[in-house]
Design a protein around this ligand. Sequence first.
Ligand code: MG
Length: 396
Amino acid sequence: MSARGQREWFAGATDVGLIRSGNEDSWLAEPPLFAVADGLGGHQAGEVASSIALEVLVEETPATPDINALDQAVQAANLAVMDAAREGKGRSGMGTTLTAVVLDGTRLLVSHVGDSRAYLFHDGELVRVTQDHSMVADMIREGTLTEEEARYHPNRSVITRALGTNPEMLPDTFETVASRGDRLLLSTDGLHGQVTDPEIADIVRNAASPSDAAKALVSAANDAGGVDNVTVIVVDIGETSRGTAATTAAESSARRKEASGQLARTWIARAAWVVAAVSVVAIAWFGFQYWVYSQAFLRVDSQGKVAIYTGVAEDFAGLRLSRLAQPTEVVVEKLPVNLQGKLTSSQGVKQSSLAEARQTVAEYERLASISSSGTVDPTTPTLTEPAPAPSTTTTP
Ligand code: MG
């Protein structure tokens, strides 16, 4: 029995039990990696298999959490057990279960083969993280056996997947998330084959520390008969479970959130600039239009009559910036020749506003009537075409 870790956030314990002569289980707790292995084969071969599996696992698992690397490490452990048997270490047909967890804060990377287990004690309840690769587990899943019946079934120790038997063996490798304050439990079947899940839950719930839990679990297995080797690892998920991993999930999640926040802020800033730029252009355009259409000019229309246009007579970048505001009955031909020339030119006669244009048209009507009647209405001012300025200059 042993416990490691400066703050006692994890502990492991193993015991040969009351019947067996040797302990074929192995365990390791080298944060962030935790694993249990239950060797099979008898005559110490199981012990060889489980210890080789864990040696290779710890060598091949990087300190930085990596689910694929963990899966590869378990597959390498499988081949190593097979190689060892061929080389005469242990013996042919030896094998081992393996349940391995890499902790990354509250994130769990799990790789599992056989009938050892990972449990999480979460919110007062014991939850199985792994599914047994065993004959009775298959029968329970098929509904032909109950949990209680499995406990006493003659083939209860027949496992359907193990390291050391098949070079193509694939572990169940997956990721799950625990919560701060949860307890992780890894166990070989010497525990859960003897002690029920509710009993395990009670012990885990009531233990003050991981080492208290580990000791109590091993005692419970022996109290229940101690028919098998028993191994447990208890890990408190929380403040100290960072291990050697570079970052915790919480930290990297916070960083991801911060990064995505920054990205969002960048996009908001960009969007604000686009809106501002579009607004400036729109305001400028509407201002320009307002300015253009507040002006007016007079020009001959297709009927030969004076028409009032708003806007400017000139096109701007290919755009026509004028529209007919009001046709009149003033016939251009009845106006003085100089005015006719201006009204028929493309420029027309520029006016500062629509109001001014209407006043001018009123004057044109009078001029046209003069030319028709040959009389001048003395009350009507004549259109003031500015007289050409004298070409002489005076000098003092
Ligand atoms: Mg066992």
